[in-house]
Write a protein that binds this ligand. Structure first.
Ligand SMILES: [Zn+2]
Length: 215
């Protein structure tokens, strides 16, 4: 079985469906025309920075840049498959160290790291790989870490209807590491909790202990 509507609609984006295999959002930069518009803009951007785009190494840079940014901003649709919780499993389900990369909406530089997703099942459980797909889906738009963390938790709580949800995200931001304060190696930790994992202190403590994300 799949969750309600079989697809997730990102605010401001078009509907996406794995079965259809194609994006329906006219704003998504994946058509040839759109890619060439982005390439033109990248060319002007690089030229304004004083980059010589005629050398063997840079002649295709604007095109590669257009493709790279398009890829980082194109969510991969997925179907959130769920299964009935026949065994009545009631303890924590936790997926750790889910890797992701997103673009910080303030600087358009990447931030990347790992997400830890846990939930206390009720009527159904979700396919484990879907937790990874969910994180990577929500990461592929201009983001801030706080919002990404909350969106993951909200999605799981609203769609899966578990007894509780916990999310921890640990990431390094390139806009902090390579510019400004140039504090490379620092990480930012955010968390979002719903239901029993928010209100039951025992469950909450177990969740944070088992993530092992913060020592
Ligand atoms: Zn930033």
């Amino acid at each position: 079985m799949t969750l309600d509507g079989d697809m997730y609609v990102r605010p401001g984006a078009g509907r996406q469906s794995e079965e259809q295999g194609s994006e329906q959002d006219g704003q998504r930069p994946n058509s040839k025309t759109e890619l060439s518009r982005i390439e033109d803009a990248a060319e002007r951007f690089l030229a304004a920075l004083g980059v010589d785009l005629t050398t063997p190494g840079t002649v295709g840079t604007a095109r590669r840049m257009a493709r790279a940014y398009s890829e980082l901003l194109t969510p991969i649709p997925f179907s959130a498959t769920t299964f009935p919780n026949k065994e009545g499993y009631s303890e924590l389900v936790l997926e750790r160290r889910i890797p992701f990369t997103a673009l910080c909406e303030h600087h358009f530089l990447p931030f990347s790291g790992h997400a830890y997703l846990g939930y206390l099942p009720a009527e159904c459980v979700i396919g484990l790989s879907k937790l990874t797909r969910l994180v990577q889906f929500l990461a592929r738009c201009p983001q801030v870490q706080e919002r990404l963390t909350q969106q993951i938790a909200d999605w799981l709580y609203e769609r899966l209807r578990p007894r509780g949800v916990g999310v921890v995200v640990v990431a390094e931001h390139q806009c902090v590491a390579i510019r400004g304060v140039r504090a490379s190696g620092t990480t930012t930790v955010t968390s979002a909790l719903h239901g029993d994992l928010r209100t039951d202190w025992g469950q909450r403590r177990e969740f944070f202990q088992l993530t092992g994300a913060v020592t």
